[in-house]
Design a protein around this ligand. Structure first.
Ligand SMILES: [Zn+2]
Ligand SMILES: [Zn+2]
Length: 465
């Protein structure tokens, strides 16, 4: 229905009745707004600013609507950016061998651990020297019949990995306390000697290992590991360390600097001085109604703004998910198999955020100047004449001021005494009017002065006579 009605608008427009076309498209848009409808409206209205408004509406509904974008460019303006196509699914998975969604083992914070698969550990027969036997399948050496020693298990390289189909995990293998046989994790009695397995210890698992995304796992070096287990880890050169007293000296110096800074800020000495002068100062602050430039998001522009210019620009950025960073981990399950895990944290990229930004003028009251009066105590303190401008061409009522009008915006008054010390130093302090007004000349005060900066602490004034 909407289509046929927009078609009606086009017909009316071809007949030359612009007004009728405009009122019909207005009806349609208020009932069912569409990018196509707003673009048609942009064709009908005449003023360029109105055309842009219609096109903005169209592109707000569909940023990729081509006719509106073309018309925008034809007006010599840059259309707002297209909406980004949804990003293709994360293409950074280091291992693409698995088509179906892998099982999630854990989610902690932002980190997700996926199960990639269960594989056979390898082991070497220490009696006949056969290598790369399968941890799950070969509980006994197929060459000499010796039983598998779980401590001779090791991780294979990526090329040697053999998956365990339909793996049922019953816990790590145990070692029979009576005959040292390898026993399944859920067995209650030893298969060889029949001893109960309640007190049996689990075999020792090999330490997990990790590889960064895209890197391969090499075969674990069983001999090197056994050497390390027997003789300790290979020795690395020890860096000559700093003498132990260095941190203490640095700490002492830092503490000293802090203590000195505190001393400098707060240390004061006592002074005594006589009043040698009384002064007063009175100020009236004056505001003026003037045109002020402003800018900001058009959506929050003040209602009385004028001389507005709009632009579509970057106003910030936001973090959007952009795939994952993953590493691989292999975990010995203790039953002759290991689990390969993918450990992933989400990656983010910064994406610009665009919006309409307006520069404009508004008329506002703002500080403009102050009127001042000052004198010694002999002159009675009085307020200055602010000489406000209250007669502009547009009038200066408080509700409807016009540019150039002035008004008061607060008064300040200060009453000061000048103190002179025996060392001929002079200091000035503000004191309350009542005290200032009644104070005799030559009154004497004790007060504190900061050692750094030599500023009087006027709160510490203490009358001496
Ligand atoms: Zn063997
Ligand atoms: Zn046994």
């Amino acid at each position: 229905m909407t289509d046929s009605t927009l078609q009606d608008v086009r017909q009316i427009l071809q007949q030359g009745d612009r007004q009728a076309a405009l009122s019909l498209v207005d009806q349609i848009l208020s009932a069912a707004p569409s990018a196509e409808g707003w673009t048609l409206a942009a064709e009908i209205v005449e003023a360029e600013a109105d055309k842009i408004k219609c096109l903005d509406q169209a592109l707000a509904l569909d940023p990729n609507y081509e006719p509106a974008r073309k018309m925008y460019s034809a007006l010599g303006k840059l259309p707002p950016p297209r909406r980004a196509q949804p990003a293709p699914a994360a293409a950074s998975r280091p291992d693409e061998s698995q088509a179906d969604e892998p099982r999630v083992i854990s989610r902690v914070g932002e980190q997700t651990v996926y199960e990639e698969g269960i594989y056979e550990m390898l082991w070497d027969c220490k009696y006949c020297g056969t290598t790369k036997l399968l941890g799950k399948t070969h509980k006994f050496c197929p060459v000499c019949g010796a039983q598998q020693d779980a401590s001779w298990r090791y991780f294979p390289s990526d090329e040697e990995k053999i998956a365990v189909k339909d793996h049922v995990y019953v816990g790590a293998d145990k070692v029979c306390p009576a005959c040292n046989s390898l026993v399944a994790g859920n067995a209650e009695f030893c298969g060889r000697c029949g001893a109960p397995q309640t007190a049996a210890a689990e075999v020792k698992r090999q330490a997990s290992r990790e590889a960064a995304g895209g890197q391969k796992f090499e075969r674990e070096d069983l001999v090197a590991r056994q050497m390390a287990e027997t003789y300790g880890p290979p020795k690395t050169k020890v860096k000559p360390s700093r003498p132990k007293w260095v941190p203490f000296v640095i700490g002492a110096v830092v503490l000293g600097v802090i203590a000195f800074a505190l001393f400098a800020i707060f240390a004061k000495r006592e002074q005594t001085g006589y009043v040698t002068a009384f002064n007063w100062e009175r100020t009236i602050n004056i505001e003026r109604f003037s045109a002020v430039a402003g800018s900001g998001l058009c959506s929050v522009m003040p209602a009385d703004a004028y001389s507005v210019s709009r632009s579509y620009e970057q106003v910030g950025s936001r973090q959007v998910p952009d795939g994952e960073d993953c590493s691989m981990r292999q975990v010995d399950l203790g039953d002759g198999t290991f689990r390969q895990e993918r450990v992933c944290v989400p990656r983010y990229r910064s994406e610009p955020v665009y919006d309409y930004v307006c520069s404009y003028m508004v008329n506002r009251w703002g500080y403009s100047r102050s009127a001042n009066a000052s004198g010694a105590r002999e002159q009675t303190p009085a307020w200055p004449d602010p000489r406000l401008n209250t007669s502009t061409a547009g009038g200066c009522t408080s509700t409807f001021p016009s540019l150039g009008c002035e008004r008061e915006s607060g008064r300040d008054e200060r009453y000061m005494i000048t103190l002179k010390t025996g060392e001929d130093d002079t200091y000035q302090c503000d004191i309350p009017f009542e005290v200032w007004n009644d104070l005799p000349v030559e009154a004497s005060f004790k007060f504190k002065v900061s050692i750094v900066g030599n500023r009087p602490d006027c709160g510490s004034l203490e009358r001496q006579n």
